[in-house]
Design a protein around this ligand. Structure first.
Ligand SMILES: [Zn+2]
Length: 105
C-alpha cells in the first residue's frame, strides 16, 4: 500500500513516509522519485486541529476536576502523547498528499 506523489503521480510514499510529511503548515518531505516536496492535504489539518481542541478540553477538564496532582499530570501527558500518536496514525492511512503552499526551493 503506497500513496501517490502529487508531482510525478507515482506511488512512492509508504504510510510512514506519508505521515512524516506533516501538514500543509510544514515544509513537507521530498518524493523519493522526483525530489519535490509533498505534504498531507487539508483533511489532515482539519483532523489535527479537531484533535488538539479535543485534547485541550480533556486536559482542562482533568486539570480542574482532579484532586491528585501527580495522577492528573500523568494523565495529561498521556493525552498529549496519545493525540500525537493518533494524528500520526491517521496521517499514515487517511487523506491525500499534496503540494506545499510554501515552496522554499
Ligand atoms: Zn514525485
Amino acid at each position: 500500500m503506497k500513496f501517490e506523489c502529487p508531482h510525478c503521480h507515482e506511488k512512492t510514499f509508504t504510510p510512514v513516509q506519508k505521515a512524516l510529511c506533516g501538514s500543509m503548515r510544514g515544509r513537507g518531505k521530498p518524493c523519493p522519485k522526483c525530489g519535490r516536496r509533498c505534504v498531507n492535504g487539508m483533511g489532515n489539518i482539519y483532523f489535527s486541529s479537531l484533535l488538539s481542541v479535543a485534547a485541550f478540553i480533556a486536559i482542562l477538564a482533568i486539570y480542574f476536576t482532579a484532586s491528585e496532582r501527580v495522577y492528573s499530570s500523568i494523565l495529561i501527558g498521556g493525552i498529549i502523547a496519545g493525540s500525537l500518536l493518533l494524528n500520526f496514525v491517521v496521517s499514515m492511512f487517511f487523506g491525500k498528499l499534496t503540494e506545499p503552499i510554501r515552496t522554499m526551493e
